[in-house]
Every structure is written in structure tokens, then in C-alpha cells.
Design a protein around this ligand. Structure first.
Ligand code: NDP
Length: 329
């Protein structure tokens, strides 16, 4: 038997149940590795699945959980042996496939990455998809010319959320000066403790400007918010700089003009963690293990159980979750 958080049908409340382990193994016919999940986490997308928003999960019953860490229990895949410590993020696990909100998961071995030296399963899930994506964004910005010697501050939007918190801590550790955008005044000390050198109130950026171009201000941006904020900040980017578009916490519309691109050579870089190529995944996890200050990671992480997830899923959609949440199975 295995404990799992199950959504029986679309729109139903998720419930913790003891189910036959074979049911989990049979749920993913493409799977060739069974993982004993020890830790999982909560991401914005998990909140959407837990609340049946966005039609991310279409087949029911469904086990959510877009990422997990654990130990290989059975393997028919040449890369993995029983006892290997592994991480899974993305590949539509927790959406099209049963996910990490269960003591066992059945997945394709090609989807797993090895636990990097320096990380435990608990800390890997403190990072989770949110933190992994923050690092993908940083690597993409650096591939497009950003370096700690670049003039100006790096803007992080949705800074007190999961993506934003890890982006802020990693950017600061890499030597960047970080301006953190938040709508929650009670998070200012927290963001400074992660390394933000300046706090920008959300109200300064969440209304459209009448002018398509404003003062050139930001050296780069990790944007977890999208919507009006992304449209606004594009007009404030410095010449030749880049914005990594990660999220849509503030909306999925984008109203802008082409002027930032044509007159200032601004780059808008799309960041996708789900189908991200394998080599990039390994690189991002290596960088996270090397760069992320573990004391800061521990400080931004709260602990929860499977039973807490339905409520947490509602909270994250309302922007009420600070930092990261680790769920121990
Ligand atoms: P969180 O909920 O933890 O963080 C989002 C933050 O955005 C909130 O904490 C809040 O920050 C801010 N925010 C929320 N609502 C609004 C609003 N209406 N206007 C402006 N700011 C707002 O989510 P995550 O960090 O886990 O994810 C952030 C986004 O990134 C999500 O949209 C998620 O779907 C996306 N994402 C994308 C991935 C990809 O592969 N591209 C992978 C992972 C996540 P504050 O309180 O500081 O203002």
C-alpha cells in the first residue's frame, strides 16, 4: 500500500488515501522506474492542479505533484540502479502523469536527474521546480551577456514567492545587485536577508505606463509575474539587456509595443522548465548545489505534510505562500 493525495474527479477536493502500490505502477504505462518518494513540494502549478484550474490534468483519478525527490526502488532503465538518489521536475508529471504527491511514483528513467553532490532530497525539494526554473532563467540571462560587471541592478518580480526567492538568493550570491519587487511589505526584511539590495513596491510597476519607453533602469530581469508588470518593465530595460519571462502570477496577457526591442535591443527570453533539455537540467542542478546559500534556502523553507496540501494549494494561488514549502512523505 502507498499513501497518496488523490483527486477522484475534475473539481473534486483532493484527499489523502492509502492505495494499492500496484495502482501507482499501472498508472504510467510509459514508466520504467519506480521511485520511493521521500520529499515533494508545492509550486504555483500544483496549486492550479489541486484546484482543477487550467485543465492541466485531464484524466481522473489523478495524483498531482509536479516534482519529487527520492530513491530508486525498481528499475528497467540502464541509467538507474536500486538505491540511486534522484530528482524529477517537469515532463508533465503531476499533470498528464501521476505525480509526486504519493509515497511511490512510476516514471520514465529518461526524466530523472541524479541528486547532485551537496544536495539532500529535502533541500532538492526546497529548491523544487520553482528554484530550478529560477536558475534556468539566470543561466539564460548570462548566456545573453549578463555578468556581475554589467552596469545596473537585476530586477526580480514576485520576489517573495518561490521562483523570486531563489532567484534573489542565487543572483546575490553570484555578485549581482538585486532589486526585488514585492506587494507584501512584511517580506522586506526577508528579501534583504536573501541578498536584495533594494525593494521595489509592486505598485510602482503594476500599472501600464502611457509612454512605451521610460528611463533605462534594469540590467536584466527575472519575471515571475507577467501581465501588466512585464509590459511595464520592458520599457524600463537598459540597452541590450534581457528579460527572462518565467511566470504568469499577475496574468498571461502581454501588452507592449515593439519599441523596447527595436530601439533598445531588449531581448525577451522564454523560460520553460517542463521540456527543458537534459544537459541544461543537469547544469542547472549543479549550479544550484554550488551556488545556493544553504542557510538561506533553509531559512526560506517551511515544512508541510500531504494533508496540508489542499489548503496550501489555495494559498499559493492567492500569492500568500512565502518562499518554499517542503512536503515529507
Ligand atoms: P509563488 O506564488 O510562490 O510566487 C508568485 C509571486 O508573484 C507571489 O509570491 C507574489 O510575490 C507575486 N504575485 C502574485 N500575484 C501577483 C499579482 N497579481 N501581481 C503582481 N505580483 C503578484 O509562485 P512561484 O514562484 O512558484 O511561481 C511563479 C510563477 O512562475 C507562476 O506563474 C508559475 O506558474 C511560474 N512558473 C513557471 C515555470 C516555467 O517553467 N516557466 C516553472 C515554475 C513556475 P510578492 O508577494 O513578492 O509580490
Amino acid at each position: 500500500m502507498a499513501k497518496a493525495l488523490i483527486i477522484e474527479e475534475e473539481g473534486a477536493d483532493p484527499q489523502v488515501q492509502e492505495i494499492d502500490a500496484q495502482r501507482i505502477k499501472d498508472a504510467n504505462t510509459e514508466g520504467d522506474v519506480t521511485v520511493r518518494v521521500t520529499h515533494t513540494t508545492l509550486n504555483y502549478k500544483d496549486g492550479m492542479v489541486l484546484n482543477s484550474i487550467g485543465k492541466l490534468a485531464r484524466d481522473f483519478p489523478h495524483v498531482p505533484g509536479i516534482d519529487f525527490a527520492g530513491t530508486v526502488e525498481e528499475s528497467n532503465h540502464p541509467a538507474w540502479n536500486v538505491g540511486d538518489d534522484v530528482i524529477l521536475t517537469g515532463w508533465r508529471v503531476g499533470e498528464a502523469y501521476w505525480g509526486g504527491y504519493a509515497e511511490l511514483a512510476r516514471v520514465k528513467g529518461d526524466w530523472l536527474v541524479p541528486m547532485p553532490d551537496g544536495l539532500t532530497a529535502e533541500r532538492a525539494m526546497a529548491v523544487g521546480t520553482a528554484g530550478f526554473t529560477a536558475m534556468l532563467a539566470i543561466l539564460e540571462l548570462e548566456d545573453h551577456g549578463l555578468s556581475p560587471t554589467t552596469d545596473g541592478e537585476v530586477l526580480v518580480t514576485g520576489a517573495a514567492g518561490g521562483v523570486g526567492s531563489i532567484a534573489t538568493a542565487c543572483l546575490a550570491r553570484r555578485g549581482y545587485s538585486v532589486a526585488a519587487v514585492t506587494g507584501r511589505s512584511e517580506t522586506h526584511d526577508y528579501l534583504k536577508s536573501l541578498g536584495a539590495s533594494r525593494i521595489v513596491d509592486r505598485s510602482e510597476l503594476n500599472e501600464a505606463s502611457k509612454r512605451p519607453l521610460e528611463k533605462e533602469t534594469w540590467a536584466a530581469c527575472v519575471d515571475a509575474v507577467g501581465g501588466t508588470m512585464l509590459g511595464r518593465l520592458l520599457g524600463q530595460m537598459r540597452y541590450g539587456s534581457s528579460v527572462a519571462a518565467v511566470g504568469l502570477a499577475g496574468g498571461n496577457q502581454l501588452n507592449t509595443t515593439v519599441l523596447p526591442f527595436l530601439l533598445r535591443g531588449v531581448n525577451l527570453l522564454g523560460i520553460d522548465s517542463v521540456m527543458c533539455p537534459y544537459k541544461r537540467r543537469e547544469a542547472a542542478w549543479r549550479e544550484l548545489a554550488r551556488d545556493l546559500p544553504m542557510d538561506k534556502l533553509d531559512g526560506m523553507t517551511s515544512k508541510a505534510s500531504l494533508e496540508d496540501l489542499p489548503q496550501l494549494g489555495k494559498d499559493i494561488l492567492k500569492g500568500k505562500v512565502q518562499g518554499r514549502v517542503v512536503v515529507t512523505l
